[in-house]
Design a protein. Structure first.
Length: 374
């Protein structure tokens, strides 16, 4: 085999392993989802906010299992083709466009939040447009390279950023007061349930599991692998919430926009060569923001390509970039961004994470569809 043939075969592989998928999910879901999570659950359940996170984990597991099962049921078909086969072609087009809109809105809101946090914490004098245009261009370039490049990068970035973060976060326990968690179980079940709503949507992005069927090299254990990484992310979110509440107290958290970033920035490591440990979580968070926007661009461009039925996904990325930039710039301030984000989650988010997959699964079962054994 010639070098040219080898290179061509590698480029056309376009497949990822389950381990790479887990790395992608860790980057795309965990970093962005946990940033403001302790404040949001504490606003509803006080010091018992961690119970809301655990309830959200219990809620997200069947969602992840359902999405993974449908990806296996697709048997390598694209989501658009599979949905069109199950619920008819016209409805398949509608569903694909709903997913596309959900991903575009997710990218736009996360991009705006990223730009706001970056400007307020690290680059106060840098023009706002420079920050989010730079991130959007980098994410678009990565999305155009395809899923295999994204997956290989995710494997490296998880190791580079997550391990130091775990180390610093692990030793932060010596500076926190766990009495801030007492008394426990004082929040009413209704308050805990209310807190679980924002905690549930901290997992936004897991619905891309529905779209990965054509790109998995060995999908046999997808349900188990996806559920495992979802549980890992959920437990990690619960631990971060517990430590953050213990550090500041529930009353102290509700007055901070990003308590996790604040907590990491105030950790003191004697003899450390790192002056600001918050830089570690900021590094992981920036990479996670990149991964989230990158994934939204990649899959929304694929959905458009499959729906229209022609062209390369990279051409659709060029169409989506200015749309996302405009949507990210529309909200007047961060409060409006969160209002729009909440509205998007309660409509499109519920539809893509729960409603549409459940309808497709029910119809597929009625039609007697089964997973093909490979």
């Amino acid at each position: 085999m010639t070098n040219h043939q080898t290179h061509e075969g590698f480029a056309l592989n376009n497949k990822i392993s389950l381990r790479q998928l887990q790395a992608l999910l860790l980057l795309e879901v965990f970093g962005f989802g946990v940033t403001a999570l302790p404040r949001r659950v504490a606003e509803n359940a006080g010091q018992d906010g961690w119970l809301s996170v655990l309830l959200a984990v219990i809620m997200i597991i069947p969602v992840v299992m359902m999405a993974s099962y449908l990806a296996r049921l697709a048997g390598g078909k694209s989501f658009h083709d599979f949905a069109s086969h199950v619920i008819s072609k016209p409805l398949g087009v509608v569903v694909s466009l709903i997913f596309c809109l959900r991903l575009v809105l997710l990218a736009a809101f996360n991009l705006r939040i990223f730009a706001e946090i970056t400007r307020q914490t690290m680059l106060p004098t840098t023009p706002f447009v420079v920050i989010f245009v730079s991130m959007l261009m980098l994410a678009a370039y990565g999305a155009a390279k395809g899923i295999e490049t994204r997956a290989r990068m995710a494997e490296i970035l998880v190791l580079v950023t997550l391990l130091p973060l775990i180390f610093v976060f692990g030793i932060s326990g010596r500076d926190i007061d766990f009495t801030n968690l007492a008394p426990v179980f004082v929040a009413t079940p209704l308050d805990v349930a209310r807190g679980s709503f924002p905690a549930f949507f901290a997992f936004s992005g897991v619905e891309v599991l529905l779209l990965v069927s054509p790109y998995l090299s060995r999908p046999k254990h997808l349900v188990r692998s996806a559920s495992g990484v979802a549980i890992t992310i959920g437990i990690s979110m619960a631990i971060v919430t517990i430590v953050t509440i213990a550090r500041f107290g529930a009353d102290g958290i509700v007055h901070q926009m990003w308590p996790v970033l604040k907590m990491m920035d105030t950790i003191s490591l004697p003899g450390s060569i790192i002056d600001r440990q918050g830089a570690l979580i900021m590094t992981f968070w920036i990479i996670s923001a990149y991964a989230t926007i990158n994934a939204a661009l990649f899959f929304s461009s694929l959905l458009l390509k499959d729906t229209i039925g022609c062209g390369q996904h990279s051409a659709y990325i060029l169409v989506l970039v200015p749309i996302i930039a405009i949507l990210a710039h529309i909200p007047q301030n961060l409060s409006v961004v969160y209002e729009y984000h909440l509205l998007s989650n309660s409509t499109f988010g519920l539809a893509t994470m729960v409603g549409i997959p459940l309808i497709i699964l029910i119809i597929a079962k009625i039609r007697g569809m089964k997973i093909e054994r490979n």
